[in-house]
Design a protein around this ligand. Structure first.
Ligand code: GUN
Length: 289
């Protein structure tokens, strides 16, 4: 069989960001409305600093208003909650993202539930999770939304497909399962306690790997011709003191079996920020209503 089609998430994300930019220009022109995104970073986690910098840069490039709040690692929960409440009340801000993980003295769940659900562009608030689960208009978490866009671009109509999601996090696995249910897939959510995980994965026409373990999903876990979406972004030792990024799927072997597969980097990763920008525009439009 021929090698898998490599799904170009970087190119798709560039196209999505361009469409978001056009939507922003239209909102500015028609309504004088510039969507605004506030990103809050507590502490100096190096990976988080890179993400936050990229988010702010791409927000500005899309023509939106970008605000960054950088707080010291010893910030109290009360101070962070006060900032979130101020952003909730700020009419120039339509989206609020508090970068995770947070330092130990701050309860992430309390912070997330304090964000106005209408401005919750991460889609982590229980109101948005509940709206998604009941098939209503929600703000949808960015990473699973990006995975869905790539799956639909690759496969077209997903109705009736066997979809297996490996991973049950609130951020990726659970909302991914909800989105695929809405697409009328037959959805299985597998996880670390699943019995015979390879056999469960082999049922999948569409396999989403979101476990955070480098190269865990092997080629013989994949049904020939299946579409494989790899959410993993794992930093591993590349020798000579260097590191490199690798996914949750053993890509080199898997691409000989799969019909289509996302690479790491250049697959799901770039979609996440593009979907964040899209969610900010959606949030701004809904707040006008
Ligand atoms: N940290 C890693 N990914 C994410 C994300 O999607 N949202 C937030 N808020 N923090 C993160």
């Amino acid at each position: 069989m021929s090698e898998a089609r490599i799904i170009d998430g970087k190119a798709f994300a560039e196209g999505l960001r361009a469409r978001v930019g056009e939507a922003v220009a239209g909102l500015v022109r028609a309504h004088g409305l510039t969507p605004g995104l506030a990103v809050v970073l507590v502490g100096e986690d190096p990976a988080s600093q890179v993400y936050v910098r990229n988010k702010a840069k791409q927000t500005r490039e899309a023509g939106m208003h970008s605000v960054e709040h950088r707080l010291s690692a010893d910030t109290s929960e009360a101070d962070l909650l006060a900032l979130v409440r101020a952003l909730n009340a700020d009419p120039a801000i339509h989206g609020i993202l508090v970068q995770l993980p947070l330092p130990a003295q701050i309860r992430a769940e309390t912070v997330i539930q304090t964000i106005d659900p209408a401005k919750d562009v991460d889609g982590f608030h229980v109101v948005n999770a509940g709206l998604l689960a009941t098939g209503q208009e929600a703000l949808v978490p960015c990473t699973p939304l990006g995975c869905l866009m790539l799956a639909r671009d690759t496969l077209g109509d997903l109705s009736g497909l066997e979809a297996v999601v490996v991973g049950r996090s609130n951020i990726v696995g659970k909302p991914m399962a909800q989105l695929l249910l809405k697409e009328s897939c037959t959805v299985t959510v597998a996880h670390s306690r699943t019995r015979d995980l390879p056999a469960v994965c082999r049922r999948a026409d569409l396999l989403i790997a979101a476990v955070g373990r480098p190269n865990m999903v092997k080629a013989d876990w994949i049904k020939p011709g299946a579409t494989v979406i790899d959410v993993g972004i794992n930093r591993v030792d590349a020798g000579e003191g260097k590191t490199r990024l690798t996914g949750d799927v053993d890509f080199e072997d898997a691409k000989a079996v799969a019909g289509a597969i996302t690479p790491v980097p250049g697959g799901v990763g770039p979609m996440t920020i593009a979907c964040l920008l899209r969610n900010t525009v959606v949030a701004a439009c809904r707040q006008r209503r």
